[in-house]
Design a protein around this ligand. Structure first.
Ligand SMILES: Cc1ncc(COP(=O)(O)O)c(C=O)c1O
Length: 410
């Protein structure tokens, strides 16, 4: 096995300098724990940025990957495979049930990442928009502070200068509205709008929730102007809020849902699910991908969904998520360095009065993985397997680190 120094040296010399990594390399994982090169154990509140909802090395996922890899990994979309249609049926069925039948006749498309799920969603919304209102019906409405990914389309919808800076010109047809500003929204949406795109809970943007009133207004305006309401559930969807889709937690049904992160338990897979009247705007040849929807990723995704149901993991997300929130709120009440707790289920954040990164760095040194976002927010996206005892361990450490930071500042 390589040493840590050998690994970092190779990366320093040969990789594009895009990542500001934490000083650790992991060799293996089991459940809610990761192990570094020296076999030191870390409790994981990050789950690979929301991907490892089943933790690490889940036996059923390992078995499925082994079996399918030995049979067939990839064939391209020139041919049929056994699992793509079955996964689409499963996801559309779940969306139909979650929406009280509104999405009963939806259709799915598979790609390889969240960003691609957003790209596909907005391409479909443009096609549907042009069909309904001609070429002028192409404008997109998105939210300030949002994050939708790094390709040009997804970046054009991302309402944060730090990600956009230096890459212009981006898509020009985007109007940004502050989150939960209903008047601003009304002013932005018109006959030329083809889609309103939003995360029900901002993930990278610092765990800020859209209000139910705001989402209802998005729904009403999308209906009034025949635009698609697109929910980016890439981070907050597929169980993280305690419901299968985040939209269920808010009681507002979108027309298109973009999902990715946990769906194939760590294999790259993204998807969007579109209501029939939008889905039927696309024709053969108008969109496609070499890798997306391959037999390995789709079969693993079916297994992921089966495990979430059979192991009743959403009940765990709800119960342990409520406990996490209670403990975070207790910290926020006591510590002068903690301001506010936001989010729900297993997508939560605590906003600090100080930069979050040094807290995350110190936690790493103590064997706990937290993540920071939006400068002052410590974000928690744990695996769905997390238990109360793990929350206790993480919160004990967070309290200690905040106490130390206070002493240092005094
Ligand atoms: C809400 C949201 N949308 C889109 C993306 C982009 O997904 P990916 O990194 O898989 O391309 C992310 C990634 O963090 C995300 O959180």
């Amino acid at each position: 096995m390589k040493t840590f120094e050998q690994i970092t040296d190779l990366e320093r010399r040969y990789l594009l300098g895009t990542y500001n990594r934490y000083p650790v390399a992991f060799a293996r994982g089991k459940g809610v724990f990761l192990y570094d090169l020296d076999d030191r154990r870390y409790l994981d509140f990050v789950s690979g940025l929301g991907v490892n909802a089943l933790g690490h090395a889940h036996p059923r996922i390992v078995k499925t990957i082994r079996e399918q890899a030995a049979k067939l990994i990839h064939i391209s979309n020139l041919y049929y495979n056994e699992y793509q249609g079955e996964l689409a049926e499963k996801l559309c069925g779940l969306a139909g049930a979650a929406s009280g039948g509104v999405l009963a006749n939806s259709r799915a498309f598979f790609q390889n990442s969240g960003t691609e799920a957003i790209e596909g969603s907005i391409k479909l919304a443009r096609l549907a928009g042009h069909r309904a209102g001609g070429d002028a019906k192409s404008r997109l409405v998105a939210l300030q502070g949002s994050y939708h990914g790094r390709t040009f389309g997804a970046l054009s919808l991302t309402g944060q200068d730090k990600h956009r800076k230096g890459f212009g010109p981006l898509l020009e047809e985007v109007t940004f509205v502050p989150q939960n500003d209903i008047e601003g929204l009304r002013a932005a949406v018109n006959d030329n709008t083809c889609a309103i795109v939003l995360e029900p809970i901002f993930g990278e943007g610092g765990i800020y929730e859209c209000s139910v009133e705001f989402l209802r207004e998005c729904r009403a305006l999308a209906d009034q102007f025949k635009a698609a309401l697109i929910f980016d559930e890439i981070q907050c969807g597929l169980g993280r809020t305690g419901t299968m889709f985040a939209f269920q937690s808010f009681g507002v049904v979108p027309d298109i849902i973009a999902i990715a992160k946990p769906i194939a338990a760590g294999l790259p897979l993204g998807a969007f699910i579109a209501k029939e009247e939008f889905a039927n705007a696309i024709s053969p040849g108008q969109h496609g991908t070499t890798f997306g929807g391959g037999p390995l990723a789709c079969r693993v995704a079916l297994e992921f969904l089966a495990i979430v149901e059979e192991e009743k993991l959403l009940e765990n997300v709800n119960r342990v998520g409520a406990y996490l929130q209670q403990e975070l709120k207790a910290i926020a009440e006591k510590s002068p360095l903690a301001k506010e707790v936001r989010g729900r289920g297993f997508i939560q954040g605590i906003n600090l009065e100080i930069p979050a990164r040094p807290i995350v760095d110190a936690a790493l040194g103590e064997g706990v993985l937290f993540n920071s976002t939006h400068d002052t927010v410590v974000r928690f996206l744990p695996p769905f397997l997390l238990e109360e005892k793990h929350v206790d361990k993480g919160m004990r450490l967070l309290k200690k680190l905040l106490r130390n930071a206070r002493k240092k500042a005094a």
